[in-house]
Design a protein around this ligand. Structure first.
Ligand SMILES: Nc1nc2c(ncn2[C@@H]2O[C@H](COP(=O)(O)OP(=O)(O)OP(=O)(O)O)[C@@H](O)[C@H]2O)c(=O)[nH]1
Ligand SMILES: [Mg+2]
Length: 373
């Protein structure tokens, strides 16, 4: 069975169609670091960050293939300005992007409300706005710039938040923790991502993770879930045992899983790259490579307990091995990319240069052994 570029395109389109972009609004006081949070978390350096003067004006939409971020201007001191801000957020914006039931693609799925840790207090407008938004939307608080607080001030702020807004989740953040390692024990980026992932509607979750540069732990978790799901499907295919020559029947499941994991870690698979992928080493040949190598490697490595057919257990374990190994490679690579140590790998590099198939085989053999035991 040949797996062609056309099959891949269909698979990719399906992935795109099945999931929707999340709409995230970020609001709060001017200079709280809203735009900096956007730049810290997402894949492109998209928002303009301030230099003392209010930067973001009105509400800017930063849009790419996986996420829509509405980065709002911040409110300034003064009753009139704060009334204007309330109107901007509640009446002009949220009212237009109303409830999930009306149009799931247009509504706001999540609100991140920034409170500036450096200012060290919660204002009345913060409390009022958060309570009002909470009535209709999923909202959490980003307690930003915690590097400008000492332990005592941080504790006091947390106590105040829990007293004033006990039902709202908050996350301590500082964009400086990239440079100041010791801050990492206080910052909660991963917790913010996990919470946001959990409250987003199912249809938006995959794209949310894809859009993030950060969130590697959640991506790793999801990659392994994708591997388990594909392994289950592969087990179904191998339920009536296949001769090795029919291993290619597993290719669509394995390739679909690989595409999903690639996109989870933000590895771009564009229409133009598909052609070169297919003609060079390609996901298609990766597909063949998976099926072909399954046969070859099982023979070479003489994996015990495997007869002349692929049964449900071999199909599942091999598929899981591909998914888990790929996830680990991309996770470790992304970690180094975030730390500025290297550029992200291409699909070709991952499949060719990294010792991918040997790692898959090692995983496979270990998994087989432990299942036997
Ligand atoms: N100390 C510290 N400064 C930060 C942090 N995050 C951002 N900043 C600085 O705070 C200033 C304001 O940041 P922005 O991201 O523009 O803030 P904003 O909330 O988008 O501001 P407006 O668009 O004006 O509403 C900039 O000088 C940033 O470099 C942080 O975690 N710690
Ligand atoms: Mg801004």
């Amino acid at each position: 069975m040949e797996y062609s570029e056309k099959d891949l395109t269909i698979e990719l389109e399906k992935l795109k169609e099945e999931t929707k972009k999340p709409n995230i609004l970020i609001c709060g006081q001017t200079g709280a670091g809203k735009s900096s949070v956007v730049n810290y978390l997402f894949n492109d350096n998209i928002a303009i960050v301030g230099d003392g003067k209010p930067q973001t004006e009105d509400i800017n939409l930063y849009e790419n293939e996986t996420v829509n971020i509405y980065d709002s201007e911040g409110y300034e001191i003064g009753t009139e300005k704060q009334q204007h801000y309330k109107k901007l957020i509640l009446d002009d914006f949220l009212n237009l992007h109303k409830s999930l039931s009306e149009n799931p693609e247009e509504c706001v799925h999540l609100v991140w409300y920034a409170i500036n840790g450096a200012v060290k207090r919660i204002t009345d407008i913060d409390v009022q706005l958060i309570k009002q938004i909470y009535c209709n939307y999923k909202i959490c608080i980003l307690l930003t710039k915690i590097d400008e607080m000492d332990e005592e001030q941080l504790l006091e702020m947390k106590t105040n938040l829990e007293k004033e807004l006990p039902f709202i989740k908050y996350f301590c953040l500082s964009t400086k923790d990239k440079k100041i390692e010791s801050l990492k024990q206080y910052t909660q980026w991963d917790e913010l991502i996990t919470w946001s992932y959990d409250v987003l509607p199912d249809i938006c979750r995959d794209k949310f993770l894809c859009s993030l540069r950060e969130g590697l732990e959640e991506k790793r978790k999801q990659g392994k879930i994708d591997a388990t799901i594909a392994a289950g499907i592969a087990a179904g295919i191998g339920a009536s045992p296949l001769p090795f020559s029919d291993a290619a029947l597993l290719v669509p499941t394995q390739t679909g899983m690989m595409l999903k994991i690639f996109s989870l870690f933000g590895i771009k698979i564009s229409a133009s790259s598909l052609e070169s992928l297919v003609t060079d080493i390609g996901v298609s040949s990766a597909g063949k490579f998976v099926a072909g190598n399954l046969i070859k490697l099982i023979k070479i490595n003489g994996v015990d307990g495997i007869g002349s057919v692929i049964n449900a257990s071999v199909a599942a374990t091999f598929t899981e091995a591909i998914g888990v190994v790929l996830t680990e490679i991309l996770y470790n690579d992304a970690k180094e990319v975030i730390n500025g140590k290297k550029e992200s790998m291409t699909i070709e590099e991952i499949l060719e240069k990294v010792d991918f198939i040997n790692q898959v085989m090692d995983y496979f053999k270990k998994a087989k052994k432990s299942k036997k035991a």
